[in-house]
Design a protein around this ligand. Structure first.
Ligand SMILES: Nc1ncnc2c1ncn2[C@@H]1O[C@H](COP(=O)(O)OP(=O)(O)OP(=O)(O)O)[C@@H](O)[C@H]1O
Length: 293
């Protein structure tokens, strides 16, 4: 009998996953599994539970939540040296990493991937001793995910992020940064940078067109200082898949990236508050097992 741990965040996304718990447990039990469920109460309570689950000797960890909850789970798994496959039931607002893996909102589809038992290895990023699965970022728009009000997310979904982002635009200043990416040095005034594992960020699927989650590289996208109207033009070119040709964008791949800034700046990791700059970022190749469709 397979023993699954199910960690779910009751406030992720529209806060409706909890109404489908019975369906999830029934599916896993009918496939011959046993389920140990854990309801998160607040940020930071996952690691202690995961260590208890390790003691019990479980076969898989399933997380139902958004990118932030997945972020907390993978950090606890990697810190606890837990080498079992992770199943993701996307029930957050953006669910960028799960969407990159083609996991949609179809619950039986996600569950069949888990009970099917096929998994793949994926890279993770490490930054200042912490891990991220999807993206590390700083600058304009990048704090939106971790600063937007939870009840707004519950009711407005992604629109809550976009509205908050629009509100940031008029007052934002550029940052002077020095980036060292596999030995290449870039020093410039920028609006934001994204260091991506998958190319899916903020539900934009092709921000990093070359990104692969098992290539041993991270994809760095820098938006240089520009005017709001030029930035609007950039957004339009993202939809057309032409943004990496813009004069305002630098796009490259690297395994090791060091980013420093001459003023205090906070970062964002997978939609959660990350460490302040400087950031020392590295790919950790093939570090995590994830169930696949
Ligand atoms: N019971 C809880 N009450 C309030 N906050 C919680 C609870 N459990 C977890 N959290 C916090 O909820 C935050 C948001 O979770 P998550 O990222 O999974 O959802 P989301 O933001 O809706 O989705 P996405 O990141 O994919 O857009 C995380 O910071 C997490 O620590």
């Amino acid at each position: 009998m397979k023993r699954h741990v199910l960690i779910y965040n009751p406030v992720s996304g529209d806060a409706k996953f909890r109404f489908r718990l019975d369906e999830v447990i029934e599916y896993l039990q009918l496939s011959g599994g046993m389920v140990i469920a854990f309801r998160t109460r607040q940020k930071g309570d996952i690691p202690a539970f995961i260590l208890q689950a390790k003691e019990l000797g479980v076969d898989s960890i399933i997380v139902a939540g958004g990118d932030g909850t997945v972020h907390e789970v993978i950090n606890a798994m990697l810190a606890g040296e837990i080498d079992i496959p992770l199943g993701i039931i996307p029930s957050g607002t953006c669910n960028d990493f799960a969407s990159h893996l083609n996991f949609g909102r179809h619950l039986p589809g996600c569950l069949s991937a888990i009970t099917g038992g096929m998994w793949r290895m994926v890279d993770v990023g490490r930054v200042n001793g912490e891990y991220f699965l999807n993206v590390a970022s700083a600058g304009l728009l990048t704090s939106v995910a971790h600063t937007v009000d939870i009840s707004l997310k519950n009711t407005l979904g992604k629109m809550a992020y976009y509205l908050k982002g629009l509100g940031e635009l008029p007052s934002f200043r550029s940052l002077h940064v020095k980036v060292t990416a596999d030995g290449q040095v870039i020093e410039d005034d920028i609006l934001l940078f994204l260091v991506m594992n998958s190319g899916m960020v903020g539900s934009f699927p092709t921000l990093a067109p070359e990104a692969k989650i098992d290539d041993g590289k991270l994809d760095l996208l820098i938006v240089n200082k520009c005017s709001i109207s030029e930035l609007m033009g950039l957004f339009i070119s993202i939809f057309a898949g032409r943004h990496t040709f813009s004069n305002h964008i630098r796009y490259l791949q690297a395994a090791n990236i060091y980013i420093e800034c001459d003023e205090p700046v906070e970062s964002d990791l997978d939609g959660e508050l990350g460490p302040p700059l400087p950031l020392s970022i590295a790919t950790v190749t093939n570090r995590l097992k994830v169930f696949r469709l």
